[in-house]
Write a protein that binds this ligand. Sequence first.
Ligand code: KG4
Ligand code: ZN
Length: 342
Amino acid sequence: MKQNIILAVETSCDETSAAVVVNGRRILSNIISSQVPTHQKFGGVVPEIASRKHIENVIPVIDQALKEAGTTMAEVDAIGVTYGPGLVGALLVGVATAKALAFALNKPLIGVNHLEGHIFANFLAHEELKPPFVALVVSGGHTSLIHLKDYNELELLGQTRDDAAGEAFDKIARVMNFPYPGGPHIDKAAKEGNPNAIAFPRAFAGQEGENKFAFSFSGLKSAVLNYLNTAAQHGDAVCVPDVAASFQAAVVGVLVEKAIAAANHVGVKQLVIAGGVAANSYLQTELAAAAEQNDIALFYPPPVLCTDNAAMIACRAHYQYLAQDFADLHLNALPTLKLGRG
Ligand code: KG4
Ligand code: ZN
């Protein structure tokens, strides 16, 4: 089979990334220019600054990705780009750049859904992995359970009704004075704490019917804030590791229960985790134990492929390439893009 070389660009949030991937599975380069230090002083991503940084970085990052891959634009078969969901101004930089390259070089253009990219990161990390499986996508913006029936056939089983899991981690970390993004800091602090110290609420846990695969984290966030405020008012000392561990256990408990229930409901024996929160060590160990009990194989990517990167976008684009799912120059940034084409 002829080799298929995809160049992909990802600018949906605060990482400017470009990657070159062969046949959807072999990463030749995956350059990630993080803006985290820039946004850290504001405690979160400032969309206008993110867009400006993407404009400065996108061409140098693409140049570096091609150079590191030892390839040229002429050798690339198609250009993949994230067109949603994400910050509109940030997405527009990647989309405009990819369209300009596709037009100037007369290459096919492929519009990629960022969430699907997160799921496909698992194909880069696990050569043996093939559909069908259930994917738990847990990122800063999303918490969803998806049935990936085939490479180009996805069904949404359920999602959060309010905050995303990563958003909850970041907000709780912020009030506990950890730097942005807070997820990894909570993960670390929780290792020294007792996950059963404080009983925080677990919304929709054990529910059947329309809430079986639904999530909600806003009540949990308020409960942790109330706990911290009450302690401060009473002058009580707070055990930060216990709060971190108990909060994390409440999030992870619901994620594990519903991910296993979804795999059993659909009748698949493979489960994957995707998105930034997939890097959470407690989620990985708790889900691994539950999966083993249910005779389900669990997959998750290494940390660098959990958080935003263009290699996962190139992998997703490769399978769209095989399905001849190309975009034209009308491709636009869609900040609220849903799963599947739209
Ligand atoms: O997928 P991602 O890089 O960006 C989005 O598409 O949103 O996810 C970023 C999110 C942030 O909320 C970050 O705090 C969280 O992933 N995260 C973690 C961990 N590493 C990253 N959350 C919990 N534990 C971690 N180890
Ligand atoms: Zn992401």
